[in-house]
Structures are given as C-alpha cells and as structure tokens.
Design a protein around this ligand. Structure first.
Ligand code: AMP
Length: 483
C-alpha cells in the first residue's frame, strides 16, 4: 500500500501543524480510511483495535469540523473506562492545540460539580463514560443541542462492561442530524444490532489485524507452582532488568500483595486497579508514561486503551483466563516498531488456558525452564545498580506541544460579561502577537485563564498590565497550574 501523508487530506494549517509537532507524519491504516469519510460526514462502523491510531482517526476530523465560536459541545465521545476518557481528552487537546479546542473529560469518581462548571464554560468536545454522561444529561448539565458528532469508542468493551443499554439511551437523546462513528476491536452481534441512527446508513470499515502486533513481541512462558511464583517473578526481573515493566495480576488483592512485597524489596513499584481512588489511578498512569518508576503492578484496568510507549517487559503474574485479554496485555509492549518482551507464569492446572491463548494467537508460546541460581546471583549486581538509580524521565511527544505555553489568569470572567472573543481580539492585536499565539481560553464566573503559546507569555503578561479589555484594566498574573 502506498502511504499518503497527512497533507493529502484537506486539513487546516492549525491541525497539520499540531500533527507535525506530534510527529504524526504518515497516517495509519485506520486513519487513512476513516479521515476522508469522516470529513465527508459519513456514519462509520469501524473494526479497529487499540494501538491502531483510532483515536486520532476520529479526533482529527472532529477537530477539523469544530466551530471555535460555538460554546456548547459539538462532539460527544463515549468511552468504557475513565482512564480512556482522560487519554482521549488529552489527545483532543493536543491535536486541537492550535485551534484552541477545549475538551472536557466527564466520568464517575470525578467531582460532578467541577465537571458541571467546566461544561458551562466553552467546551467543544465532551469525552465521558456512559453512566456519568447520562447523569449530566438527566440533570441538564450537558447541553446536547449542538452535538453534531457522536463517537462510541471500544464498543465491544462497553458491551462486556454492561454499558450498552446506557449507550442506547444516550443515542436517543442526541439530535438526529449528526454523524455517528463506532469503533470496536471485535464485532459481536449485539454491536452490529445497535441502532445508531435510523436515518443514515453507516459505512463499514474493517481494519485487518496487523500480524506484526504479536510478531514484534517475544512471547515466553514458565510453568510454576503458586508457591514458587513470587520468587520466580523476582528472578525474572533480575534477569531481564527492564527499564519499564507491567506485572499483571488477576485481582486487585493479588495486585496489592505483589506490590507490597516488591515495595519491601525496594523496587519502588506503583499499582493500578479499580479499587483505587480515581486521582491515584490517573496519576499512576501519568507518572508511568513519564518513566518516573519502573514497575507497575496492575489488573486488567491497564490492559486496554492505556497508551504508554516503550514498555520493555510485560509479565503475566497470573495467566489471563481469556485469550483476548492476553493479546491486550502483551500488546502494551513492542509498540511503535520496538521489540517487546512478554513473559507469562502459569500453574500446571492452567494448561488449558495456555492452549486457548496459543490457538487464539496462532502460534505456540515458548516454554522456558527456571533460571540457574548462579546466573541470577550474577545478574543481581546490574539489577541492584539500576534499581538504586533514579529512572530516566521520558520526554513525551506532547511536551513539544506544551513547550513555550504560559497560562495567564485575569481577574474577571462571565459575571462581568467577558467572552473569549474579547480576549482573542485584544491579545492578538498586541505587538508581536497573532491569533496563533493564543491557546485555550477558559472563562469562569469571576476569572479567565488564557494560554499564551510560543514563548510569548512573559511579554503578554507585561503588556496586559497596562492594556484594557472591554474598557477595563484587569489584574493579570501567571496562573500557578500550567494546565
Ligand atoms: P490509539 O490506537 O489511538 O491508542 O493510538 C496508538 C498510538 O499511536 C498513540 O500513541 C498515538 O499517539 C500514536 N499515533 C496515532 N497516529 C499516529 C501516526 N499517524 N503516526 C505516529 N503515531 C501515531
């Protein structure tokens, strides 16, 4: 296949610029097929997996279509998990950075009142889990009248988690004159049967599984007893000495247990499971992405949708009982053309699960014998050296986009009838400034936050201390939080 460049789609300069900074040069297959259709406002049912670039496949055309001046949400994205909602929101913020697109994430476990305030301000794109989205709809805090695009992401997962009825309820509330895009890794009948929009016939797009997904990963297996598992786990970590590693366990209690024991052994591990506070979960993922710690012990909360580059080792401390889960878990390593390593532990009685996985992935998993103790002892030196050293902090692609941004805080907002256009008007007329240097504007009741891009924040701060907006001299300071 000849790969096009993003330049061959009719995308605005603002979006192309953001893609350039994010290093998205060649569209992935799903992007190549979805973007032109979505730009033509076709309804789509897309079979594509996490890791295929599906988020950008819908986020790019949506960002392109957003009308910045409209204050009410124009697109609604439904995701099965809170983590994915936050990640998708961040993807919209990055892709829409130069168009100043404002996305809000709304999900259970996050303070409702904060979301309500955020939705009252200018919000172009709302991303949320079905339950919380329905809550907002019922309470009238999520205006739907301007929604012209609905995305149902990871629809099969919604089905597995029992959210599909809520999704159908939400669909009924939306304006009929809208585009609907559904993305799903598999297409069970219940998904095919979903009535998305009676008035439109969706185009089906099927992205073939990329066999290299698993081929880039070295898969191996240890058969062990439950009693010996933990020691084998530590042997594996010593021998492999990974820079970043996820250890998957079957339940949150098992995660707690492994985390506790590794903590005592000074691995500085972090954990991730559904029983944790939402903020702790999000923070664990953020810090893992940055490489601030090496070992993440997790349940399947982390197996899907979470996009962390460059995980050198995935360990299945507990072999997954479903073959598909195995693919999702191990798919966390060997991403973006890098070599991955996936090691699973199974007890002799779990043999049938191993066979099922092998049948599903289409090749046998190499079985390994335990390590010689002398080899482990030898490798220990290097391991100890690394574990004592601070990990190397990773630069994220989005850092490039966030570089040079200063957020300014003005002491007036909605109550004094200030609008985003007032700020854009004045700021873009300052010497050396243009509309392109202005980022996201957040207007609250009594405050306004404006992002100034391209390293021009300090200059604008100085100029605005003696420049009026709407005939008023506002107090302007640098906001404490950057984002
Ligand atoms: P997703 O399937 O949406 O979870 O995306 C998987 C990963 O691919 C994410 O890290 C994206 O940032 C990255 N990505 C998406 N599109 C492109 C592209 N065209 N070129 C390079 N990376 C991409």
């Amino acid at each position: 296949m000849i790969h096009k460049k993003f330049g061959s789609f009719s995308l605005s300069d603002e979006i192309q610029k953001a893609l350039g900074v994010l290093d998205y040069e060649i569209p992935t297959e799903v992007q190549e097929r979805v973007i032109p259709m979505a730009l033509e406002k076709k309804d789509l049912i897309v079979k594509a997996k996490t890791g295929s670039g599906k988020t950008a496949a819908y986020a790019i055309p949506i960002c392109e279509a957003v009308d910045w001046l409209e204050n009410k949400p124009q697109a609604l994205i439904l995701t099965p998990t809170r983590e994915l909602a936050v990640q998708v929101k961040e993807d919209f913020t990055h892709i829409g950075r130069f168009k100043r697109i404002k996305a809000a994430a709304i999900y259970g476990g996050h303070p409702f009142a904060i979301e309500k305030t955020e939705l009252k301000q200018k919000t172009h794109v709302a991303v949320g889990t079905p339950g919380r989205v329905m809550d907002h709809i019922r309470k009238g805090t999520l205006p739907l009248s301007k929604i012209s695009c609905l995305v149902i992401d990871e629809a099969d997962r919604m089905l597995d988690m029992g959210f599909i009825d809520q999704v159908e309820e939400i669909i009924k509330e939306l304006p009929e004159d809208r585009v609907t895009m559904l993305f799903s890794a598999t297409m069970p009948q219940a998904i095919k049967d979903l009535s998305l929009n009676d008035r439109r016939v969706p185009v089906q797009i099927d992205i073939q599984e990329d066999s290299s997904v698993t081929a880039d990963i070295d898969h191996s297996l240890f058969i062990t007893s439950e009693e010996d598992k933990f020691e084998l786990l530590t042997d594996i970590t010593i021998m492999e000495n990974p820079d970043s590693c996820i250890i998957f366990c079957s339940t949150k209690d098992r995660v707690d247990l492994v985390w506790e024991r590794l903590k005592q052994m000074n691995y500085h591990p972090q954990k991730l499971h559904g029983g944790m506070e939402q903020t702790d979960r999000i923070s664990a993922i953020r810090r893992f992405k940055r490489g601030q710690f090496r070992y993440l012990i997790a349940t399947d909360v982390a197996a899907r949708g979470i996009d962390v580059d460059d995980i050198s080792l995935v360990i299945n401390y507990d072999i997954p009982l479903e073959a598909e889960t195995y693919v999702h878990r191990t798919g966390r390593t060997g991403r973006a053309g890098r070599k991955g390593n996936a090691i699973s532990l199974a007890t002799p009685s779990q043999d049938r699960f191993v066979r099922q996985i092998e049948a599903f992935i289409g090749f046998p998993i190499k079985e390994r014998a335990g390590y010689e103790k002398s080899c482990v002892a030898q490798a220990r030196l290097n391991f100890d050296k690394k574990i004592k050293a601070a990990p190397e902090i990773k630069q994220l692609k989005s850092d490039q986009l966030n570089k040079g941004i200063m957020k300014l805080r003005f002491n007036a907002g909605k109550k004094k009838k200030f609008r985003a256009t007032n700020f854009v008007g004045v700021l873009s007329n300052l010497e050396g400034m243009s509309a392109e240097d202005i980022g996201i504007i957040t207007i609250q009741d009594t405050l306004t936050y404006v992002e100034i891009l391209n390293g021009k924040g300090s200059k604008v701060l100085e100029m605005m201390s003696h420049t009026t907006i709407n005939g008023k001299q506002l107090k302007v300071t640098k906001a404490l939080d950057k984002y």
